[in-house]
Design a protein around this ligand. Structure first.
Ligand code: HEM
Length: 345
């Protein structure tokens, strides 16, 4: 079930420091691009759109670098480190959101941008150093993810979809119809996913996904991966941070620390909204990629299961591509609804 895409020979991988460190270097600019967006949000369409697009390109750059490195049949330690750094850059949106929430809860001892700058300069330097020092090292031993863990990860994902995620996504899609529709549906769904025994189970399942997912991403970092596997790994890395950040925001920040209702107003950063608030703008890439990558991750998990059960690769890839496109569209519709666009029905 491992990736069987053609792999490029080792010599084509630039064991180049700039290439290996580029996702971490780009990630340094993430909060500044969002700040630029906020400063120019009323200055026409083009500049703010460009700045938001550039901020959202940072996870994409991380993905492309990890994907290219994933084409190596036998990566060495430096290349494995670079791949892991690239995945961290993919997760820049939830890492930045979590940093902002945690620092706020701690009384803002330091600005989130200062912390961000420090973290990513260190990570970029580590990427360069690792490449320079281990450039000529021999390929690392490939690790195999535990087959049992893979099966339980899949079963747990199915339980999450049935108990919570299908409702959660439908609920957010309903926001496109209007706030009232979103609230009505949430009131119904909450009777299920907030039920006495169900809610702790959902939390436990998500935490299991994080731990088992991390173990699998770690093992896969030593192996080659085709495009689809690369997206599965990158989305998994994003979700590790997204799930922890999101659950911290809902359970600890909102419900315990601030004592606020985790409803439509909370999700959309009311009254200022997501677009016109200097802090809230970070939630746009955070949520967009959260939905897009969570749905894509499920599509890609289904692809692995289908291939293991004898599905033809071209067919599985075609369906996966369609599923990924549908995930991107669903994320866009949800974000439009949350940013105030409502269908006139
Ligand atoms: C647009 C994207 C999203 C927004 C705006 C959002 C917002 C929210 C809100 C407002 C709640 C509180 C619900 C309540 O009080 O009933 C919540 C809970 C939660 N969300 Fe999300 N969410 C999003 C995407 C996701 C995704 C993609 C995942 C999973 C990968 C996720 C996982 C969770 C979990 C585990 C909870 C806690 C559920 C509970 O109360 O038991 N969310 N989210």
């Amino acid at each position: 079930m491992h990736a069987t895409a053609p792999v490029i020979p080792q010599r084509h991988d630039a064991a180049r420091p700039w290439w290996h460190a580029s996702p971490a270097v780009c990630a340094i600019f993430y909060p500044y691009l969002l700040k630029g967006f906020h400063a120019n949000v009323n200055a026409g369409m083009a500049l703010p759109a460009l700045l938001l697009a550039l901020s959202m390109a940072i996870p994409l750059i991380g993905f492309v670098v990890a994907w290219k490195l994933g084409r190596l049949a036998h990566p060495n330690d430096a290349q494995i480190t670079a791949k892991r750094l690239a995945w961290l850059a993919v997760a820049a949106p939830p890492i930045y959101t979590a940093a902002g929430v945690l620092l706020y809860m701690a009384g803002d001892p330091v600005a989130d941008t200062t912390l961000w700058l420090g973290i990513w300069i260190v990570l970029a330097a580590a990427g360069v150093r690792s490449t320079v020092r281990k450039q000529s090292s021999t390929p690392a031993a490939a690790q195999a993810p535990s087959p049992r863990l893979r099966v339980w990860h899949g079963i747990s994902a199915l339980a999450i979809i049935l108990l919570f995620l299908a409702m959660h996504m439908t609920n957010h899609l309903a926001g496109l119809l209007g706030e009232a529709q979103h609230r009505q549906l949430m009131d119904i769904f909450r009777t299920i996913y907030r039920a006495h025994l169900v809610e702790p189970l959902i939390v436990a399942l998500f935490l299991f996904q994080v731990v088992s997912g991390l173990a699998m991403v770690r093992a896969h970092s030593t192996r080659p991966a085709d495009f689809f596997r690369s997206l599965q790994l990158a989305s998994g890395a994003y979700l590790v941070f997204f799930i922890l950040a999101h659950m911290n925001s809902v359970f600890f920040y909102a419900r315990r620390f601030a004592g606020i209702e985790t409803d439509w107003d909370f999700a959309t950063g009311a009254p200022a909204g997501l677009i016109h608030d200097a802090w809230n703008i970070r939630l746009v890439p955070h949520y967009y990629f959260g939905v897009f990558l969570a749905l894509s991750h499920l599509v890609l998990g289904a692809r692995v299961v289908a291939l293991a059960h004898g599905a033809r690769r071209e067919r599985a890839d075609r369906w996966s591509a369609a599923g990924i496109a549908a995930s991107a569209l669903a994320a866009l519709l949800i974000m439009l609804g949350m940013c105030g666009v409502h269908l006139p029905i």
